[in-house]
Design a protein around this ligand. Structure first.
Ligand code: G6P
Length: 488
């Protein structure tokens, strides 16, 4: 641990998350190349005066480990972090693998997305217990680092299901701190959360209840968390307060929006123009249904493809007239279920192209190489955006497309995405399991009157940008009773 910041750091804010704002690629010659990530947390933290924020994250691969190892305490080169203090923890690889790939992504992620059933077949035996021990150790490593970094009374914002034990562990170490936890995922209802071994389920809930505030993206997920606390702990729930063994944790809702100013600037730069021209060239003069996701089971990409196939089957008028542009960027490829899902997405896309494609028309254009500029280009040209997750904490694609769409874009949106709570009036809502219903919504979206489409896009854009990342971040600090000094 390094020296805690001095008294000048009253108003100090710490952020803790598994994935940090920057990652490093290690060259064959030992050189390191930094890549800055985007996302709400990165822009949120930039609302703070330089020097008042510290971000604690994990080293995720060989490049990160090398970068962390080269600097005292894992403090990264400020040139790579946009001036923020970022401390990267070098967690032992077997602990990291069990905590991240094992408990966080193979258990908790699927529980909260209602996917923790066949074929995952929960089996809680010695292998699970060992992984759980690593998850405890990984959370303790974060709590130790935060306790060492934090000035008296600092605010600590702990992110997501990887770090659910950190608030409780931190309270034991540093009762003076103001601690918030934020869940970027949905929360499972008690019937499903109870699948976890009782001791583990209780430990996760008690870990988060160690925070002063536990916040979520929508009321629905906050309510599910409160239901789990009542059901599994016998906690007393009073409106948005959960009391257990004499301590009260307040629940909060902050519906992260997209960043209008950033998107409108970024989406109209020359590199995006180039990609737009290339995509237009590739698909020709047809209508487009666009989707952009991590290749992720909860994103429901395969059912999206099946709904497109159903549209072509049921309504032959669309053959040759519309192309499904699907960007599915590989994610969590250490896990076999993700590798298999990635292969299935390609297979189904190829089947559709083989069945319906013609000389001049490719029904599905699938790109798997992550390219943000090309994603923005697709947003600009989309006639329809398809966002159909099984379940999703929020879904920011639904909140980005309407902002940069050039000619208006109809949004087909899963009713199980957090974004549906805010965009439901102007999107076409679908049951993500219902292929026929999704195909019908795609048809309605394609035939929507242009003025209607334009009006809806404007309202969607306003709703999507109502709580931009910086405000989202500052709101949480204020609600913790820790408004930052000199917030920019
Ligand atoms: C979700 C989670 C984030 C996570 C992201 C990407 O949005 O809520 O915590 O960082 O997925 O997943 P990854 O495993 O690549 O970090």
């Amino acid at each position: 641990g390094g020296s805690p910041a001095g008294p000048e750091a009253a108003g100090q804010v710490l952020v803790a998350s598994n994935r940090g704002p920057v990652s490093y690629a290690l060259g064959a010659d030992g050189s390191l190349t930094a890549k800055r990530g985007g996302g709400g947390l990165v822009s949120g933290l930039s609302a703070l005066e330089p020097g008042t924020g510290t971000w604690v994250c994990a080293a995720l691969g060989d490049g990160d480990r090398a970068a962390a190892g080269r600097r005292p305490g894992g403090r990264l080169d400020p040139a790579d972090t946009g001036g923020q203090v970022v401390r990267m923890l070098d967690i032992p690889p077997d602990t990291f693998d069990a905590a991240y790939n094992g408990i966080a992504n193979s258990v908790l992620w699927f529980v909260h997305h209602l996917l923790y059933q066949t074929p995952f077949e929960p089996v809680f035996d010695a292998g699970f217990e060992e992984q759980w021990e690593h998850y405890e150790a990984y959370n303790a490593a974060f709590a130790d680092a935060l306790a060492a970094e934090a000035a008296p009374g600092a605010a600590v914002l702990v992110q997501d299901y990887h770090l659910s034990l950190v608030p409780g562990l931190l309270r034991e170490r540093r009762p003076d701190l103001r601690v918030g936890h934020f869940s970027h995922t949905p929360w499972a209802p008690p019937e499903l959360f109870r699948v976890l071994p009782d001791a583990v389920a209780r430990r996760v809930l008690l870990g988060i209840l160690g925070a002063d505030r536990a916040a979520f993206l929508t009321e629905r997920w906050a309510r599910a968390f409160a239901d789990c606390c009542a059901d599994l702990l016998g906690a007393e729930v009073n409106g948005w307060e959960v009391t257990h063994e004499g301590r009260t944790t307040r629940l909060g809702v902050h519906g992260l929006g997209s960043d209008a100013a950033f998107l409108r600037d970024r989406a109209f730069r020359p590199d995006v123009d180039e990609r737009l021209a290339a995509l237009r060239e590739q698909v020709g003069d047809v209508r487009t249904i666009v989707r952009v996701d991590r290749t992720e089971l909860s994103k429901n990409i395969v059912r999206g493809l099946l709904a497109f196939r159903r549209l072509l089957t049921d309504r032959p008028r669309w053959r040759g007239q519309v192309t499904h542009i699907a960007f599915a960027y590989p994610s969590r490829q250490d896990l076999a279920v993700y590798r298999e899902y990635t292969a299935e997405v390609s297979r189904v896309a190829e089947e559709i192209n083989a069945a319906f494609g013609t000389e001049g028309w490719t029904p599905v254009v699938l790109h798997v190489k992550d390219d943000f500029a090309r994603s923005l280009a697709a947003y600009r040209m989309a006639d329809v955006a398809l966002v159909n997750p099984i379940r999703d904490g929020m879904n920011l694609v639904a909140k980005e497309v309407p902002v940069v769409s050039e000619r208006g874009c109809a949004l087909v949106l899963s009713r199980e995405a957090g974004a549906a709570a805010e965009l439901g009036e102007d999107a076409l809502l679908v049951n993500p399991y219902d292929i026929a219903g999704t195909a019908q919504a795609l048809h309605l979206a394609l035939t929507m009157d242009v003025d209607e489409r334009d009006r809806r896009t404007k309202r969607l854009s306003a709703a999507a940008t109502a709580l931009p990342p910086k405000t989202w971040f500052l709101e949480q600090l204020t609600a913790l009773g820790a408004p930052p000094a000199g917030a920019a």
